[in-house]
Design a protein around this ligand. Structure first.
Ligand code: GAL
Length: 685
């Protein structure tokens, strides 16, 4: 259901309601100049559309859609549910969301109402229905954009309507109060409930709140947000056959389990912004793109928002340097995006985001940014043939939002060991080794991969552990990082102790976690190489594994640190400490060897991504270094039309896309991304 078949979509959020009508004409002329073919309209327009309850004014939107259509610009039409109008909150003050401290969210910013408020739900269905009824067949509309970034700025809600939904949700999932008490372990600290109406939400408590309750609260919040999405989506579908999306935030999302969300949309979309303090933010960008493609099941996805230059909401908002925007865009494309969109088309003169970059900056069209925007538009027009081609990977990195929610709860053995940090370090190692990866849910079919890496699998169900064990037995290589398989789906320590569900696959369990003091380090002797470790060590119990690395120093001095275990025709590696990206190199190299993977020898800082099409492959090269880089390739460089005979030169900071002969889909080594499990776990099913 790609909205613009055979084309890479290019454009951004378009908020013309902030501008006089005359500017719209200039906008569309400039959009054509820039090669824009898709804009997202109406994301924050509720107040302009429904001027008072049930009274709609569509005149401006009629005019706008006709104008865009007349200029050949397609529309991704949004429902405005992220920004209810002032009259709504005035009429329904109880629909405002409430935070964990009991603060009621005021008006004058943005952010949805409480997800469970009946008046809010009714209103979003009314608006979505009205929009779809009027524009469902409009020739400009090729896509529906429901809401904006579910979960931010408002996800959790502690209002009365939310707490009432929470009790209903628990009742539905547990059936009996006894089952709830058992799952939450309420015998601890005397929390036993005797009646549903006694059950509270995990708001501010005297000390840390029951972690199983908190974990369920995260699931509940995710479910409620998805219910709101479904209400709008179904209201649209009643009047329109155009695909429906909502913009995710992949690795930055907290409240949304994107494995579940991806099954609800017709096309996956993602927003990504560079995090300025990160000197290698392009690695985080690549991670986010791979994760998005993976939740999309390998299908084309939309980069719905990124920035042409600086954002405005970080402490120090660093402007992109010449060429950086194009490198960012091409990295998303190389990792599966078939649409490159920005927040936003024209920089706002007023409001909270006036210092945010845009496609048309405050400096106007004779600016570096607008020139680069126009150049990128031209390049993307040349890449229409890439649309629909796919990325293949033989490595899967396990990613589970439930494990993120659980691991980052309070009172873990060490605050220093965090889900996202481990994910990034392992991913960065694979990125630096130029090994393409998919992300996968731990209960997904992993049989197409040769190597599965589990950087942060603190919460691992026995179903997932059995899945991983079967993967190893059948010949796969599994590499598991520390603090894995500690708890089950209710944050209860697994029977048999830490890591017990993976004992068969890894030949090792953990007797005790031995975190380090802040700043303390130790070393691992890995076959003579000295690897730097910090934050975390473990006291391992070998149940069959061979020791490949030993601690030198630290509380586990002399004891096993890294192990390798053979099971069936596969191998399970366990790394019981925190290694940085450099120290992970020899460990990953050993795992690649077991998995039969040979990483390509590429120049450092040259990011090479391959998309496989039916009649050609496309090598997308992005040079993150100031010096030119050379890579062995033959084919046609699409932007220049130049024939490449054996060696491509990518200028410093530059990009290139080379059409090459297609590689056959070799089942034995590469598989299309298929990481989305058929049936995402429903803990309570
Ligand atoms: C996004 C949001 C946009 C805009 C942008 C600024 O998270 O969806 O509306 O605020 O951030 O970077």
């Amino acid at each position: 259901m790609w909205p613009l078949p055979g084309a890479i979509a290019y454009g951004g959020d378009y908020n013309p309601e902030q501008w006089p009508r005359a500017v719209w004409d200039e906008d569309v002329a400039l959009m054509r100049q820039a090669g824009v073919n898709l804009v997202s309209v109406g994301i924050f327009s509720w107040a302009m559309l429904e001027v008072s309850e049930g009274v709609f004014d569509f005149t401006w939107l009629d005019d706008l859609l006709d104008l865009l259509h007349a200029n050949g610009i397609a529309v991704d039409l949004a429902t405005p549910s992220v920004s209810p109008p002032a009259w709504f909150f005035h009429a329904y003050p109880h629909a405002r969301a409430v935070d964990a401290d009991g603060h009621v969210m005021g008006f004058g910013s943005r952010g949805m109402a409480g997800h469970s408020a009946p008046e809010y739900r009714e209103a979003i269905v009314r608006v979505a229905s009205a929009l779809a009824e009027r524009y469902g067949d409009h020739p400009a509309v090729v896509l529906w954009h429901v809401h904006n970034e579910y979960g931010v700025p408002v996800g959790e809600d502690f209002s009365a309507s939310s707490v009432a939904s929470w009790r209903r949700w628990l009742q539905q999932h547990y059936g009996s109060i006894e089952a709830l008490n058992a799952a939450w372990g309420t015998a601890f600290w005397g929390q036993t409930y005797r009646a549903w109406e006694h059950v509270v939400a995990p708001a501010r408590t005297p000390t840390t709140v029951n972690p199983a309750m908190k974990l369920d609260w995260a699931r509940f919040t995710d479910d409620m947000l998805r219910e709101c999405f479904r209400l709008e989506r179904d209201a649209i579908r009643a009047h329109s056959d155009r695909p429906v999306t909502t913009n995710f935030m992949a690795h930055q999302s907290w409240n949304t389990d994107l494995w579940k969300w991806a099954r609800e949309v017709d096309v996956v979309s993602d927003d990504h912004y560079l995090w300025s303090p990160d000197p290698d933010a392009h690695v985080a960008l690549a991670l986010s793109a791979d994760l998005t493609r993976s939740v999309a099941g390998g299908k084309p996805w939309i980069l719905m928002e990124h920035s042409t230059s600086a954002v405005n909401w970080q402490g120090r908002n660093i402007a992109k340097r010449p060429g950086e925007m194009s490198r960012n865009a091409l990295t998303h494309l190389g990792r599966g995006a078939d649409a490159i969109m920005f927040f936003q088309w024209r920089a706002s003169r007023r409001g909270a985001e006036k210092f945010h970059s845009a496609m048309v900056p405050h400096a106007g069209t004779s600016s570096r940014v607008f020139r680069e925007v126009t150049d990128l538009g031209q390049q993307l027009r040349q890449l229409g043939e890439v649309q629909g081609s796919q990325v293949r990977a033989e490595v899967a990195v396990l990613y589970d939002w439930e494990s993120l929610w659980a691991q980052d709860l309070d009172w873990r053995p060490s605050d220093d060991l965090a889900f996202r940090e481990r994910m990034r370090s392992y991913y960065e190692r694979l990125w630096r080794d130029s090994v393409p990866v998919d992300f996968a849910h731990p209960e997904a079919d992993l049989s197409g991969y040769s190597l599965v890496v589990a950087p942060a699998s603190y919460l691992l169900t026995t179903i997932a552990a059995d899945n991983l064990t079967a993967f190893v037995r059948a010949g796969g290589t599994l590499l598991v990082s520390c603090f894995a398989a500690a708890v089950d789906e209710h944050d209860a320590v697994h029977e048999g102790g830490f890591g017990a569900p993976l004992a068969e696959a890894l030949g090792v369990t953990v007797e005790e976690y031995l975190p380090l003091r802040a700043g303390d380090t130790c070393t691992v002797d890995f076959g003579g190489q000295r690897l730097a470790a910090d934050v975390w060590t473990e006291d391992l119990v070998l149940t069959g594994a061979q020791v490949r690395g030993r601690y030198l120093g630290g509380p586990a001095d002399g004891a096993p640190a890294i192990t390798r275990h053979e099971l069936g025709s596969g191998v399970g590696w366990y790394v019981s400490t925190r290694l940085d990206t450099d120290s992970l190199a020899p460990v990953l190299a050993a795992a690649y060897a077991d998995a039969g993977i040979t990483p390509p020898a590429l120049p450092e800082h040259l990011e090479l991504m391959v998309r496989h099409g039916e009649s050609a492959d496309y090598a997308v090269a992005v040079n993150h270094h100031d010096d030119a880089a050379h890579v062995a390739l033959s084919g046609t460089e699409i932007f220049s039309g130049q024939e490449i005979d054996g060696e491509l030169t990518v200028p410093g900071g530059g990009v290139a896309v080379v059409r090459t002969a297609p590689t056959p889909d070799r089942d034995d080594v590469i598989t299309p991304a298929h990481a989305v499990p058929q049936q995402v776990r429903n803990t309570y099913a």
